[in-house]
Design a protein around this ligand. Sequence first.
Ligand SMILES: [Zn+2]
Ligand SMILES: [Zn+2]
Length: 528
Amino acid sequence: MRQRVRLRNSDPCSSHSPACPGRPVSPSVQRRLRARRLRLQNPDPPPPPRLGRPLPTMAGRPRPQPQQHSPSASTRRRERWLVVLGVALHAVYMLSIFDIYFKSPIVHGMAPVPPRLSAPPAKRLVLLVADGLRADKFYEPDGRGRYRAPFLRGVIQEKGRWGVSHARPPTESRPGHVSIIAGFYEDPSAVTKGWKANPVEFDSVFNQSRHTISFGSPDIVPIFCSSLPHSTWGTYPHEYEDFATGPLILQFIFFLGHVFFTLLEALIADASFLDHWSFDQFQGLLNRSFDDVKLRQLLLQDKLVIFLHLLGCDTNGHAHRPYSDIYLNNVKVVDQIAESVYNLMESYFKDNQTAYVFTADHGMSDKGSHGDGHPSNTDTPLVVWGAGVRSPKFLTYTEKPDDGFRFVDDHKHDTPTPQDWALEGFERVDVNQADSSSNVYTCGFAMPDEFCGELTYSLFEIKQGQTVAADEVEAVLANTKQILNQFLRKSVLNQIEDLISAKDYETALKHSEELRDGSCWSSLFPNI
Ligand SMILES: [Zn+2]
Ligand SMILES: [Zn+2]
């Protein structure tokens, strides 16, 4: 065995060797030998290690390895086109969303329809908006069974009406204020401006007033007042919202640096001073009017709107969550401000001709945010009282309304009234948020052009003390006409657009001129 191995390894001229001298060698064998010699002189680099199972062999011979081909030019061109096509399709899908859903629904050009009231019950309206105040934290008692808003609870039980005002998503500050003050749900195209500016100008209760006085956040008040000549308004600096300061010591810390102060603010700041700021400005204005004859005359005229924006709950809700003591204490602050405003107005005017509305633009989720359609964000308090507002209605057991869930546009009560609110004996009037501005009918001036809310008949009593209240009918009729005008105008505009699409320019021009002149209704709608 040892010898055989030695012979095989050492003797190149064994009988099996084709290279043994003395034997004839064919040309093909010579070629193979030459090739073998060359391979021995220039060995190939070892093949790269292969992962996975080896390829099966056939008859003991290795199968040819698949070669990796680089993609040809035509394949690369096809892939590039595929990528371009994919990007183009996604761009079209995105643009179609903006084209379909983010178009302004605002219709311009309707004539205002003031109610033909013999004597409006209210000369002025006070609108108090507690930004970010959710309904349950406002109505429920605290841990010791005491209610956080004793003044407004007294109003509910003795003077006015209450309910829940249902906001629509997006439950943001600007859309909420637009629906309260302008009476329509926010123009979706405003999202392209970050909810900060007006992409399309719109009418508002302030426009229709004779004069408007407004104090509050620089993010809200200028939306409605910046281009309004008949308004007196003021805002605090933006820094107040970022740095919810106390008086002097925090003013000093402000100068120490942004980072340090932000950390400190998260720990100790209470933004309720923003609410006090709005009230102080209004109180200062009334005090100045005793020395300023022009200002006093301005205040004593009718169709006056006073709007105080109270941002404390929103800022504290974001910073400390709505379960925090700071947020819950801010509920007490806005109640105290409502009481102070009421006392101030009644002592200043002494005529019982002021209507009051207290509500919020949106609520606040448990996480300290808002924007979606969760009830903690959509349900806000509503308390109305004063001139033109019905007195509380006490309910017997059989009169208690249906508490079943209904859709937001067709509801009276979204959720049952919790027992711990202790208000089941008083009629609850839930409204859609855009309806809350209908209270200006009590002042006798027209609703904003784009107003799409309803006069909430359960809240307001236009003419008091008469069996047949003609003024109430006039108010409802004006509300109906105003909404109908929007529908008709939008219908005509759609017809004109259709005519242009069909290249019927002559008829489109005719209808456009008729619409401009106001003579189109009878020709386009003969049955109306
Ligand atoms: Zn807000
Ligand atoms: Zn907010």
